[in-house]
Design a binder for this molecule. Sequence first.
Ligand code: APR
Length: 243
Amino acid sequence: MISPNHMASMPVSSVVVLSGAGISAESGVGTFRDNGGLWENHRIEDVATPTAWQKNPELVWNFYQTRRRQLLEVEPNLAHIALSKLEDDVKEFTLITQNVDDLHERGGSTNVFHMHGRLRTLRCEISQKHEERMKKDDLGDDFLLCNCCVEPNRLRPDIVWFGEMPMHLEEIYEAVENCDYFIVIGSSGHVYPAAGLVNIANSCGAKTILVNFDSPANASEFDEIHLGKAGKILPNLVNDWLN
Ligand code: APR
């Protein structure tokens, strides 16, 4: 166990944070596995897959359009804001998120890697180019066409589905292999490669800290564990570290 103020003694600390759905829970964004991992009685694993998109694109499109519209109704919570404060005061800070919402950015974080994609952008199925499409006309039930091809093509959700390669892995491994502190917030530790990053951090000598409501599948990998709501715990932890 390291004392919370241990970080303050290393102003040149390099900090990497990995967040999961739990950090957005207090903003009203549902997590994946707290309510049995269901969306309208569909298993997420049955909706968030390339096969589902091929077989039933309307169902998958409706799932993501519903979540994209929800972005307009939710706000960052105290945990998102605490991370933005930590980023401002630490020499090197990298935020890796499994979340596809935009609450980290709206909470003030800047150096954010969305390893499972983003709801705000859509991706051309032909060119693979991403485009931000969050205007009112982009949030209906109809499929949308790209602006990047001469003959416009259908856009897909810019999400990494089960069986697809997560994004930004090179930058993510580089940051985790070279950090002094690796902090995981709000993740059940079920999905790899995200759940394995703590093992890399440990093997590279980082101090590993967890903030989570429940004890996750990979709890034994952490040097320090804080169980409870991130919106309650993180602001105090960040204040302890920085003062
Ligand atoms: N504060 C802190 N932790 C919380 C809170 C909270 N207020 N509410 C819930 N949690 C914790 C739960 O205890 C759980 O361990 O957040 C975790 C959420 O776990 P999941 O729902 O599995 O979400 P996550 O770990 O982000 O899932 C990883 O799985 O479905 C895929 O691609 C999807 O990115 C997602 C990935």
